[in-house]
Design a protein around this ligand. Sequence first.
Ligand SMILES: O=C(O)C(=O)C[C@H](O)[C@@H](O)CO
Length: 258
Amino acid sequence: MDMPRNAFKQAIFEGRQQIGLWCTLSSAYALEVVAGSKFDWMLLDTEHSPGDVPSVLSQLQVLAGHRPSAVVRPAANDAVLIKKYLDIGAQTLLIPYVQNAEEAHAAVAAVRYPPDGIRGVSALTRATQFGRVKGYAQKVAEEICLLVQVETAEALDEIEAIAAVDGVDGIFVGPGDLAASLGHAGDLMNPRVVAAVEDAIRRIRAAGKPAGVLTGDPAFAQRCIELGCVFTAVGVDAGLLARASDALAERFAGLVQA
Ligand SMILES: O=C(O)C(=O)C[C@H](O)[C@@H](O)CO
């Protein structure tokens, strides 16, 4: 069996826009509902969700039969968590809260086998199709896509140094945490936050790396794309469900019995 190709990595390296949906519901069933939509990628979150290794495994199994590529966000830049997600078959990882080049190097080491890194070896994982993928250990580095997340004022100062780390395949700007870091928690469209996100995207591009972002504001998503953002998440599954549910209830609010 051949090594599965990472279509998402190839697309962002070629500069082909990838539109994504952020998924926090942490359920294979809920993911199946949205997986048929024409998104290019889906972020399976375990940082701000109940998601964990078993739930991500079920979600990867769902996405295997659908168009969107899977991007998994471990809860932290942690070599043990990263190893587990790679072993269950995640090829693209988004590592939260990477503050500087040293932390980016640690993330790279976590996804690479010795002597280039510290990933532990097992030949019988889902990633190797239980030993059926020929030459997995030799070929896997080409197919792993390591995205790191900058989300504080300090991390923005380090963009060029982080981008220069060999093995970092893309940099994602997290507007929520960045807003808090800039003193505007919860105010993601504050002009200072917007300016910081725009500047970060420009600098990531100038440093030669693919840039990504999440925003629920379609006009701002479009602006980020114009600035060169190439993996752009445009909504969150929980948000879509909550707002549609609120709107439907509101429409019939006058008819609710006291
Ligand atoms: O800082 C951000 O923005 C992100 O990291 C994305 C959020 O974590 C996401 O959970 C928004 O719902």
